[in-house]
Design a protein around this ligand. Sequence first.
Ligand code: AMX
Length: 427
Amino acid sequence: MKLLKAKIEQRISSLCQEITEIYAKHTQQPIDTITIKHVLGGMRGMKAMVCNTSYVDPYDGLFISGYSVPQFEDKTPEEIFFLLCTGTFPSLEEQEELHQELQQRSEVPSYIWNLLRSMPSTTHPMTLFSMGILAMEELSVFKQKYLEGAPKSDYWKYSLEDALNLIAKLPALAAGVYKILFMNGELANNKLNLDLAGKFTHLLGVNNKDASFTNLMRLYLVLHCDHEGGNVSAFTARVVNSALSNLYYAASAGLNGLAGPLHGLANQTCLHFINSIHEQIGLDASLNDISSFVQTKLDSGQVIPGYGHAVLRETDPRFTSFMKFGDTYCSDSPYFKTVKKLYAVTPHILEKFKGGKISNPWPNVDAISGSLLYHYGITHFDFYTVLFGFSRILGFCAQNIMARGLNQPIIRPKSITNEQLKELVNK
Ligand code: AMX
């Protein structure tokens, strides 16, 4: 992977130079004021780290190296991984090199399948996916080279090795989890020369003759790839990796955070929500019926899945991107139609709820992604977060390669006690 490595090296060198200059002159420059609200409020909004792979603007959403969602939504996951790592889109030659690298590294060791098959059939797909990655940890090149005493300046090269080995295996691992839990467990030929999305739909064996399904997977893997540094999954992966735990440990840990209902699991919860609308009101529910349904859920203390966000303050551009796809390919789907009806009524209800205390009444990506997957026959909702995780690992990998390249230290914020808080406010 000569070309990719050279581009990453260039980027690391230029970012290092910038950081060194800033650090030399401005170490004591304040960036933010840490208040009690930050400390008691999950540190939300507090600027406390640097992440160069992507940035989330509250109104315009995700940017990768300055490119907004409409500017990269037509790319492939491989191109996006290259962009996350290098800050530039790959040339055709660079794409081909990356494709060949991934193709050569795609075989999942057979003991992983034995391990996953030994688990109870009621195990959540995210558990199997995360376990599969954790159990491949023995393949870590980083771990081996660290033990051999590799110099710090080379750490990022071994993180890159681990990243490519891991990403290459994700189509087979994700499809394998689906087949073991929901089909006959037989795995298809993983050797076919296909891109990540094409290989995944081929191995999944659901609707794989329909090219638009592979296009949906391509879009899905692109849109969920990264969301700057502070979200639960990316931050977890980053903290774990900062202890020089290798990428397999870090990715598995990040996935365990993604599996929470306030984070990645929301896409599964959204489909349950739509299903309850269909069961309780019917497929042709009116806007009024849907409004009452949403209001009743809120009044009973439940959250409306797929709405709200810790950073965004507008409709998520990833939601809009999926809407365009849905309007083109799934306009007859009752699930997609209900998503649109929810979009027409929910923000207005949330805006007024509890005197406007919800910071963002608009939909995030999870409000729609599952309805499109359902339309293409992936009807096991529990599986949806695995696909989110598959994509998000591209971001974990890029962030951790950069962190090792910039020689970022172990992450260790300081905590304080209630006693110390009281002392502070009573001063
Ligand atoms: N439905 C009902 N109440 C909501 C709400 C929603 N969709 N979104 C926020 N609220 C409530 C919060 O629970 C909080 O109530 P509390 O003060 O009684 O605890 C209040 O509004 C203020 O919260 P906030 O500042 O607007 O949001 P937050 O930063 O605390 O939380 C998030 C953000 C995403 C956890 C929240 O909006 C939520 O729970 N949304 C539904 C779940 C969801 O879609 N998660 C996916 C997010 C994207 C992702 O990571 N994949």
